[in-house]
Ligand binder design. Structure first.
Ligand code: CTP
Length: 398
């Protein structure tokens, strides 16, 4: 399944901010996702970056001047506005936000925005006090009420050296927002998908726990792929280092028992449950209230009790249930047993001893074992592409 950006016409507006350097990376990521990118630079932006930078990345004309006789805009000044599937302005200064909010059209970018019917994403970048200012806040609110999607700004170190809210969000975040907006009427539109991710943590005492090496990447990729096909996604995530995905409800939990409770609630009214989480099989019988001290003895035993089988406990017959099996031996046989015992529609099995598959890496090579006994071996793919392959099979069960 190609990215929702594939073959889409994206107008990328770049305004005068030190964050302009990130816009080059954003243009490159848009192109990598298959978009046809028309860049508009405001005259302030040209002080920070050059036309050549963007022309080299997009292999297309870059627009700066409404009145240039070489530009197609000299014949039709709203040509870009009419053909755009989406307009992304990143970075957006306080000044450009003010102009857009007030319908001012005094350059190529603001004229294009005033004339378009395409969805618009604005990624503000400015000093924190400028963003906090009542005028900017009122302008942002106006844009939100008109349906403009505001991405960020993020908190962090600003050009002034101060820390605050004003940094342009990362290009990957803007790609996610654009994918979500362009994919909203996709083949999962109106479907609710519950996804679990990461390795649960079972507390021994206030400082120690039992966990595993799951990074959460596969579950997050499934959640993002479902979002990009128009699904409403509820992601139940065990602790991990991944950034919060755009447009997805994330409920952070720690233990298997917490995950079970949240999943039971979230599965109400859902169409599919995809359990990519690595749930700890055991938890300490008792969590110690204070930090366990090293005893004088050379050994220490911890009494463990079995965790509930989360996916096996969900009895809703209309729900499509997908499990994962990370195995180091007897991949197919163990997976077949799990499909039956957990009453799954199919299980996604991967050999964690294989190179390029399993924990932490961005690729996966999986075998899908269906409840009817069919077995499909998929090639090595990115986790996002594996996610789409899983969703294709979920869809055929709807
Ligand atoms: N799973 C679950 N609840 C558990 C354990 C696992 O819902 N307590 C889910 C996992 O999220 C996965 C599937 O069941 O989708 C298979 O998980 P796995 O750990 O491979 O299987 P186990 O049942 O734990 O069996 P074993 O550890 O013995 O292989």
């Amino acid at each position: 399944m190609p990215s929702p950006l594939n073959n889409k016409r994206v107008v990328l507006g770049v305004t005068g901010s030190i964050a302009c350097y990130k816009a080059a990376d954003l243009a490159s990521k848009l192109v990598q996702n298959g978009a046809l990118v028309d860049v508009i630079l405001t005259s302030a932006a040209t002080q920070f970056v050059s036309e050549l930078t963007f022309r080299s990345i997009t292999h297309r004309s870059v627009f700066t001047d409404l009145y240039s006789s070489e530009s197609e805009l000299s014949i039709n000044h709203v040509a870009l506005a009419e053909t755009a599937d989406i307009i992304v302005v990143a970075p957006t200064t306080a000044n450009t936000i003010a102009k857009i909010a007030n319908g001012i059209s005094d350059d190529v970018l603001t004229t294009t925005i005033l004339a378009t019917r395409a969805p618009i994403i604005i990624a503000p970048a400015m000093d924190a006090n400028m963003f906090d200012n009542a005028a900017t806040q009122a302008n942002v609110t106006t844009l939100i009420t008109r349906g403009v999607f505001i991405a960020g700004p993020a908190n962090g170190r600003l050009a002034s050296g101060l820390i605050g809210q004003g940094r342009m969000v990362e290009p990957s975040n803007i790609i996610s927002s654009a994918s979500m907006i362009l994919g909203k009427d996709g083949d999962f539109s109106g479907k609710k998908i519950v996804v679990s991710a990461g390795g649960t943590e079972e507390a021994i005492d206030p400082v120690r726990n039992i966990t595993n090496r799951s990074s959460g990447k596969m579950g997050y990729a499934i959640a993002e792929a479902a979002r990009d096909r128009g699904a409403i996604v509820s992601l139940v995530a065990a602790p991990n280092a991944l950034p919060k995905p755009v447009g997805i409800l994330v409920t952070k939990i720690q233990s298997a028992e917490e995950m079970k409770k949240v999943i039971a609630t979230e599965c109400d009214g859902a169409d599919a449950l995809i359990m990519a989480a690595a749930v700890a099989d055991w938890r300490p019988l008792k969590k110690m209230d204070s930090k366990a001290k090293k005893s004088t003895s050379d050994t220490w035993s911890l009494e463990l009790v079995k965790n509930p089988d989360i996916i096996g406990s969900i009895k809703n017959d209309s729900l499509i249930k997908v499990g994962f099996a990370a195995e180091s031996e007897n991949l197919i046989e163990n997976s077949k047993t799990k499909v039956k015992s957990k009453n799954l529609d199919f299980i996604v099995a991967n050999d964690i001893t294989a190179k390029d598959s399993g924990f932490s890496v961005d690729t996966n090579k999986v075998t899908i074992i269906h409840s009817n006994g069919n077995i499909e071996s998929l090639p090595l793919m990115s986790k996002y592409d594996v996610a789409h392959s899983i969703l294709d099979r979920v869809k055929s069960g709807f």
